[in-house]
Design a protein around this ligand. Structure first.
Ligand code: 3PG
Length: 213
């Protein structure tokens, strides 16, 4: 799958809702009810980070939830890409980009949202065909003001910024012409997952889904 084809797919996924929940699952039993709550709250695209032992099984469980589009985040190596694909991930997300990681996504056919934080990193990915990228870590790397400036010379690159984004500052990003959506963990807080408060997660999702309206 070429980078251009990957970006077409990730653009489609990023346009599903204003927010992609960035999810960390510590207990596999949380996976399906969490996905159901987020999808019910109108956030269908979900990123499950490969940072916990049960992350791949969580992707498997969440991929069964009707209406969800489940991706794997924190992809660092070709082995991560292979495992994510085998678990049924529909897309991948990485904090940065390396040639080996990009090659693996092309070979295995996993649409990747590759991470970049500087003009040169963005240009290198664009040169390869990635016109949709993750801007990470968004707030720490310069925030919405930085992305607005990047949009002047590089308007053809569209972003999903993540890192430090919440309900408070999401609109600063979503108002920019080069932003397709934002990613954030605030819609899937660990305390609500631990207590199984799915109604509250759904309410958080609904609030996030309304950010563009
Ligand atoms: C991450 O990879 O952890 C994401 O960027 C989410 O960041 P956040 O927890 O600040 O939303």
């Amino acid at each position: 799958m070429t980078p251009a084809e990957q970006s077409l797919k990730t653009a489609e996924i990023c346009r599903l809702a204003p927010v992609v929940p960035v999810i960390m699952v510590h207990d596999l039993a949380q996976a399906a009810p969490l996905a159901r709550a987020l999808v019910a709250g109108c956030l269908p695209a979900l990123e499950v980070t490969l940072r916990t032992p049960c992350a791949l099984d969580a992707i498997r469980a969440m991929a069964e939830v009707p209406g969800g589009v489940v991706g794997a985040g924190t992809l660092l190596t070709p082995a991560d890409v292979k495992a994510a694909k085998a678990a049924g991930a529909a897309f991948g997300v990485s904090p940065g980009a390396t040639p080996r990681l990009l090659d693996a996504c092309a070979e295995l056919g996993l649409p990747l949202l590759p991470g970049a934080a500087t003009a040169s990193e963005i240009m290198l990915l664009l040169e390869q065909g990635y016109s949709v990228q993750k801007f990470f870590p968004a707030e720490q790397a310069g925030g919405a003001a930085y992305l607005k400036s990047i949009g002047a010379p590089l308007p053809q690159v569209k972003f999903c910024p993540t890192g430090g984004i919440s309900l408070k500052n999401a609109r600063d990003y979503l108002g920019l012409s080069n932003i397709l959506c934002v990613g954030g963990s605030w819609v899937a807080p660990q305390d609500k997952l631990a207590s199984g408060d799915w109604a509250e997660v759904e309410a958080l999702a609904r609030e996030a889904a309304g950010l563009r309206s």
